[in-house]
Design a protein around this ligand. Structure first.
Ligand code: XIL
Length: 680
């Protein structure tokens, strides 16, 4: 958005211009191929930094078919039974790590990572432990078991299931009865995690359970409360494992919500024991996709290789049949990971259909339809802030809340405002914190963008001040925690100076991939610029500024650009705000497979827009004809700016269609678009 009064007189000329101009941008397809599409589960998962693992039984390691598939397809291993208490400490103080060592050493030799499963569990627990009645004795026994087992495997285990299945089934949301809870009380979990952290500080510590995939289940909520409590009190926990032993229906529809809500607490999430009765391909694809759509879902483990290896072998729940052949579910899972099944596989019509459905669902469609809320967020003037419009929102969902930052505008200029709420129904009643009261300071600050820069464990707020500026904050929920503004550039880069004409330098936007961070900005003169630095140097070193996209009609490529990573697809999405032939704001969209690459039109015209009043319905009343500067609701909150491929939501600014006058005094309000034509 632009800080100055403008457009009033330009708008009329836009009409004529657009009517006669076919919108063309410089960004057309280069034919560049996607990143390598692998043809095995582990290799494909690795493309997004994830693993794809399996449970392994020591007793099957002599079977060549079994180990052939194991080493070809999987890059993570969980011992199915060999690390459980009844095997590792069958009598007090007598440890037996032989069977587990066999699995661990083999996995390491084959470059597979190891999950440790499991240290404290009421099941497969020897009688000598379950009969202990004295708390001090049991505490000592538990701590010694954890410490000895973790020490033995130290340096070899990526993540440990420290405690398994501690919560009760049904509606209580409480811990289940077990010798640990009954003798030590609820605190045994905390004790176990603290002991585990001291034993091997390098291993990730997970809580693992089943029937916690449905966000609405009492058991899920019980585990969520525990993890939230641990995180708030500094009790060490790094991950939550969702066993995912599903019936034929597969995962609950809200599984992805569950994963991302847990991830938002600041833990990794993993699918740890996946099997699905009868292995329907769609159910597998849905499960894999739920993980791919959540940046902190770091990997998936299936609970066995062939149906004949499964603890549920009567239900044929796995990816390979008894002969070791790939089942349709295999192709669906591989495709949902972003891979390409080889020609030999997926040869029946049903298999090809499953593959196609999993594939198309992972990428964005090329037309969009939306439903809009009414105006959800309006200015809240106070004694010292007489606000006319609330604009340019940026939003992340983190720690159970939406955190929204926006421009607060009035005739005299722009500054920033922050609000948070747990639900969109609460957005209107949230307190507005004016950030000019913080170290961010007063004066021209506008068009914020917020994200968590994971490598530095810091939140960044990027905004325009005439330069491209930023503030940092260790705690997004503390409006007073923001640092004073710093600039990304010493001054306006030459290429911008040479092309800006009578436009304005606005709407700075940062996105990073694994290696680099990119800073996009607009000039209200038909140019989208891109600078870059390395992930290690960020926020310093932005250089090599280039024109990333341009249009000879400045209004067709105007401002308010957003760039996102589409989760589960090798695809980035670019949105740019344009001014239509009716003088109203709308969004065009492009995609690319590389942030430094050129952009291919997706829904990029007035008749096939990304979001325009013409493809939005307004069940609560058409309160705006402008769909203007805003932000997608992301799947995560970090610098990768990952969005889901499905059921998109976009927080935007709109205004009373009859409002006119001073640009800075227009009555902008915030509303939420929800995609209605999602096919996945
Ligand atoms: C199962 C194994 O697959 C079986 O071989 C064994 O007889 C029982 O345990 N939740 C877990 C796993 O955490 O350890 C269980 O594994 C399956 C349920």
């Amino acid at each position: 958005m632009n800080p100055l009064k403008r457009l009033g007189c330009r708008q009329a000329s836009v009409l004529g211009l657009l009517a006669a101009t076919v919108l063309v941008t410089s960004g057309t397809a280069t034919g560049a191929s996607d990143a390598v599409r692998a043809s095995t589960l582990g290799a494909q998962a690795a493309q997004s930094g994830r693993y794809f693992g399996t449970a392994v039984a020591a007793g099957r390691l002599g079977d060549g078919t079994y180990t052939g598939i194991l080493d070809r397809e999987f890059n993570s291993v969980t011992p199915e039974n060999e690390m459980k208490w009844d095997t590792t400490e069958p009598s007090r103080g007598n440890f037996n790590f032989g069977p587990a060592d066999q699995i661990v050493n083999r996995a390491i030799a084959h470059g597979q990572r190891m999950r440790g499963h499991t240290l404290v569990w009421h099941s497969q627990l020897p009688g000598w432990v379950s009969s202990i009645r004295d708390a001090n004795t049991l505490r000592g026994v538990m701590n010694n078991h954890i410490t000895t087992e973790m020490n033995h495997f130290k340096g070899k285990i990526y993540a440990w299931d420290v405690v398994n299945e501690a919560f009760a089934d049904g509606g209580s949301g409480q811990l289940r009865s077990s010798v640990f809870r009954d003798v030590l009380g609820n605190g045994f979990l905390e004790q176990a995690f603290r002991t585990a952290r001291s034993a091997d500080p390098a291993a990730k510590l997970c809580y693992n359970d089943y029937s916690i995939e449905d966000w609405n289940a009492a058991k899920t909520q019980g585990v969520y409360r525990m993890v939230r409590d641990f995180k708030s009190r500094g009790v060490p926990i790094d991950c939550v494992g969702f066993q995912s032993h599903f019936g034929t229906g597969g995962p609950p529809a809200n599984f992805q919500t569950t994963l991302s809500n847990f991830a938002a607490l600041g833990v990794d999430v993993q699918i740890t024991e996946l099997d699905i009765a009868q292995a329907p391909p769609t159910a597998y694809a849905n499960t894999v996709r739920a993980c791919m759509n959540v940046p902190r879902c770091t990997g998936i483990t299936v609970w066995g290789i062939r149906d004949s290896d499964s603890w549920r072998s009567g239900e044929n729940p796995l990816l390979f049949d008894r002969n070791g052949n790939k089942k349709p579910a295999y192709n669906a899972a591989l495709t949902a990971l972003g891979g390409t099944p080889t020609a030999a596989s997926g040869s029946t019509t049903a298999q090809r259909k499953a593959v196609r459905s999993a594939k198309s669902a992972a990428a964005l469609p090329s037309t969009f339809k939306w439903s809009s809320s009414g105006a959800l967020i309006s200015p809240k003037p106070d004694a010292t802030h007489n606000i006319a419009g609330i604009k340019d929102p940026t939003v992340v969902y983190y720690n159970g809340k939406y955190h929204v930052f926006a421009s607060a505008a009035n005739a005299s200029g722009y500054n920033l405002v922050y609000l948070s709420f747990s639900d969109w129904s609460q957005a209107g009643s949230a307190t507005h914190h004016y950030l000019d009261r913080t170290a961010i300071g007063s004066g021209y600050r506008a068009a914020p963008q917020v994200f968590y820069y994971a490598p530095q464990r810091l939140w960044y707020l990027v905004y325009q001040t005439g330069n491209a500026s930023y503030s940092t904050n260790p705690d997004i929920s503390n409006p007073n925690g923001w640092s004073a503004p710093r600039n990304f550039y010493a001054s306006m880069p030459d290429i911008i100076r040479q092309n800006i004409g009578n436009g304005y330098w606005v709407d700075m936007w940062v996105i990073c991939d694994n290696a680099n961070c990119y800073l996009f900005s607009s000039d209200d003169n038909g140019h989208l610029y891109r600078s870059q630095t390395t992930v290690g140097q960020f926020p310093n070193g932005f250089t090599n500024t280039v024109i990333a996209a341009q249009d000879s009609n400045r209004y067709a490529l105007f401002e308010a650009s957003n760039v996102y990573k589409v989760q589960g697809a090798n695809q980035y999405l670019l949105l740019v705000e344009a001014i239509g032939s009716d003088g109203r704001r709308y969004f065009r969209s492009w995609t690319t497979s590389s942030l430094a690459g050129s952009w291919t039109p997706l829904a990029a015209t007035e008749s096939n827009p990304f979001a325009r009043a013409s493809n939005v319905t307004f069940p609560a009343g058409a309160w705006t004809k402008d769909i203007s500067h805003g932000e997608m609701i992301r799947a995560g909150y970090d610098q990768t700016l990952t969005i889901p491929a499905c059921r998109l939501q976009y927080l935007y600014q709109g205004k009373d269609p009859n409002a006119s006058g001073d640009y800075n005094s227009l009555p902008w309000r915030l509303g939420l678009l929800t995609q209605t034509n999602s096919t996945c």
